[in-house]
Design a protein around this ligand. Structure first.
Ligand SMILES: [Mg+2]
Length: 340
């Protein structure tokens, strides 16, 4: 165990946004398209390309909502679901959200018309990854208090998704970021055992899934995907999705796999997260948040991250400043309080 440094806080937010921006141009495409894209873009090419209709470096809803989560914490000096819910509703009602998922859209409409934060979320059996995709910052806020981490990850998720599988997925991503901050070397058995323990409190089946991943981490991506499909965690038949669907358990498993398979390389992790096909802006955003928290900003490709933007706002420097402010509140000033 070691105390995290500010470079890891920056790395997690930039890693999330950069993974998102790298996956966004091929979101929803099949394995073959994504595999070719990864080869051309990441293994041989420039690393980043614009999605038609968008500028280079545009990130999407996953990271917009993660950024808003940090902005809320900075404004309130604590995690406050009422404030965060208002920010989600505001972003949607101003038409600023890029590629928002249906459940989150509908929840934002309910929030905007006055539904309370803990009642607006999509009911079961809707179980998309919309609350897990933005949960990384909860790991930054509560890495030193895992009881608060679990409660806050669950509550930030409830705002848009009520299914316990969604809560467990959000806890897993927040927990992975929290654990990654403190590890000198990643031991995937301990890492996944810890995540399984945290998420099983909410959903025992999720605990089983994250424990099963221990046996798949060293497999090649094709074999690991097969194991996830055979175990029923990929939801291959969801609507018309090709590749990995937005089902929360499968996409969280794939993000954890992408990180744990190559913990020392951000770009290798991105290649794995994206080449699977399907909802790959989200798998890359979640894997990016974890990888960045572990590696720190100094081990992320700065030449790519410099292009990050959200419609001309909230670019690289602004995101760094936001992460530093969170770090100062959290670690230096030590004024954050437990979340009951
Ligand atoms: Mg997205």
């Amino acid at each position: 165990m070691k105390p995290p440094d500010s470079g890891q806080f920056i790395g997690s937010l930039i890693g999330q946004c950069l993974g998102d921006a790298m996956g966004f141009p091929v979101e929803g495409q099949n394995y073959q398209v994504c595999r070719d894209y990864v080869r051309e873009l990441i293994e041989e090419g420039p690393g980043l390309k614009a999605r038609p209709g968008f500028v280079l470096g545009q990130y999407s809803d996953d990271s917009q909502l993660a950024r808003e989560l940090i902005l809320s914490y900075v404004a309130r000096k604590r995690f406050d679901p009422v404030d965060y819910a208002a920010r989600i509703a505001d972003l949607f009602s101003r038409g600023r959200v890029i590629g928002g998922g249906l459940s989150t859209w509908e929840a934002a409409i309910r929030l905007a018309r006055g539904d309370p934060w803990d009642q607006a979320g999509a009911p079961s059996p809707s179980a998309g990854n919309g609350s897990a995709m933005r949960a990384g910052p909860i790991g930054l806020m509560f890495f030193d208090d895992f009881k608060s981490l679990v409660n806050a990850a669950q509550d930030q998720g409830m705002i848009t998704h009520k299914d316990i599988r969604c809560s467990a997925g959000a806890v897993a991503i927040a927990g992975a970021v929290g654990l990654a901050l403190e590890q000198k070397e990643i031991d995937s058995v301990n890492f996944l055992t810890e995540i399984a323990k945290l998420s099983a409190v909410i959903d025992p089946a999720a605990g089983t899934a994250f424990t099963a991943l221990i046996d798949w981490v060293d497999l090649d991506p094709g074999e690991a995907l097969k194991a996830i499909v055979l175990a029923g965690y990929a939801m291959g038949s969801m609507d018309n999705w090709q590749g990995l669907t937005p089902f929360v358990t499968g996409s969280v498993l794939w993000s954890l796999y992408s990180f744990l398979h190559t913990p020392h390389s951000f770009l290798d992790t991105m290649a794995t997260a994206i080449e699977v096909g399907g909802d790959v802006d989200t798998t890359a955003a979640m894997a990016g948040a974890i990888s960045g928290a572990y590696l720190g900003i100094e081990n992320l490709p700065q030449n790519l991250a410099e292009h990050l933007t959200d419609q001309g706002e909230w670019g690289y420097e602004d995101l760094i400043q936001l992460a530093v402010t969170l770090y100062e509140i959290k670690v230096q000033l030590g004024i954050s309080e437990p979340y009951p």
